[in-house]
Ligand binder design. Structure first.
Ligand code: FES
Ligand code: CO
Length: 324
């Protein structure tokens, strides 16, 4: 399964402190914990001794201790101590399977199968002129690809986000362009008139967007300044990062990169929350929950060019989890 070679977000970095944390990725139960060096570790959440859940144990110094018989596992997964037999030196084969971990974008990322795969790109992260705020997690009863596709879709604004991102009086979409990029697909020249495009808007505004898929379960939205305005060089970005938990359920985060350094985090998060809880019931109602890659499986209009491009991209990457 190629998805195992990708990096996936599994938790907020600040959530992984000194106690073990259970998470699930691609149907694999994992335990996360932070060692004394401050590094996050990810193990299979099953003790190789008698199968107890390691996430019910505790972190003891630089080791993760199983809740059942207290076997202790070091940062690399090797069993360092069997309390019932203190003089026993466990051989190298006494270990729990561990996975590669990285911290980025305020999240912990795990790769289940070793491969030379880069993290999903989120260019705005490195821009000091933009402040980063995380929203989520949201646990959603939908496949990761359905959630990505929803994020790339502007033709639902007038219905699902009426009065916010769209209006029933202006549902026609101007044509936009779709292109392939080295890491995915991109839609440019997207425009929408939005009654309440952000927290601070007081009047409807035409918003210019680009959308980009940079990894099978990662999408970015860049908001661009309107032509002829003074906001030279200005942009804002939202990253959508999804943990594919099962083929029909996902954990979702949004990474906001905004030029607004004044508004409290909670207010920025509340706006994103308002929008996403409008999407969630519709997303969870979609059948099948998997995203169909056969173009004949669902009907399309010219407004769906980006979603069709995303489906072709998933197919070309050999993605199988959450699609059908
Ligand atoms: Fe983990 Fe026995 S089951 S120590
Ligand atoms: Co929406």
């Amino acid at each position: 399964m190629m998805e195992k070679t990708l990096w996936h977000p599994v938790a907020l970095a600040q959530e992984v402190v000194h106690a073990p944390l259970a998470v699930r990725l691609l149907e694999q139960e994992l335990v996360l914990w932070r060692d004394l060096a401050g590094e996050v570790r990810a193990f299979v959440d099953r003790c190789p001794h008698r199968g107890a859940r390691l996430s019910m144990g505790r972190v003891s110094g630089d080791r993760l201790e199983c809740p059942y018989h207290g076997w202790q596992f070091a940062s690399d997964g090797h069993c360092a101590q069997v309390p019932a037999v203190p003089e026993f030196v466990p051989p190298p084969a006494h270990c729990v399977r561990s996975f590669a971990v990285q911290e980025a974008y305020g999240l912990v990322w795990v790769q289940l199968e070793a491969a030379d795969t880069p993290l999903p790109v989120f260019a705005a992260e490195g821009d000091d002129k933009l402040r980063k705020v995380l929203c989520g997690p949201y646990d959603v009863a939908a496949s990761a690809p359905r959630i990505i596709e929803n994020f790339l879709d502007m033709s639902h604004f007038g219905f699902v986000h009426e009065g916010w991102l769209g209006s029933r009086d202006a549902t026609a979409m101007a044509p936009y362009q779709v292109e392939n990029t080295p890491t995915g697909v991109k839609a440019t020249n997207c425009k929408a008139v939005q009654p309440q495009s952000n927290l601070h808007s007081t009047a409807a505004a035409e918003v210019h967007y680009t959308y980009e898929v940079t990894d099978p379960y990662t999408a970015l939205l860049n908001k661009l300044p309107e032509e002829g305005t003074s906001k030279e060089g200005w942009y804002e970005s939202i990253g959508l990062f999804i943990c594919p938990v099962t083929p029909e359920s996902s954990r979702v985060w949004f990474r906001l990169a905004v030029a607004d350094f004044e508004t409290p985090d909670e207010k920025l998060q509340a706006f994103q929350h308002t929008i996403f809880v409008q999407d969630q019931p519709v997303l969870e109602s979609q059948q099948p929950k998997c995203l169909p890659l056969d173009p004949r499986a669902e009907l399309h209009s010219a407004a769906d060019r980006m979603s069709s491009a995303y489906r072709r991209y998933l197919k070309s990457r050999g993605v199988s989890f959450g699609v059908c």
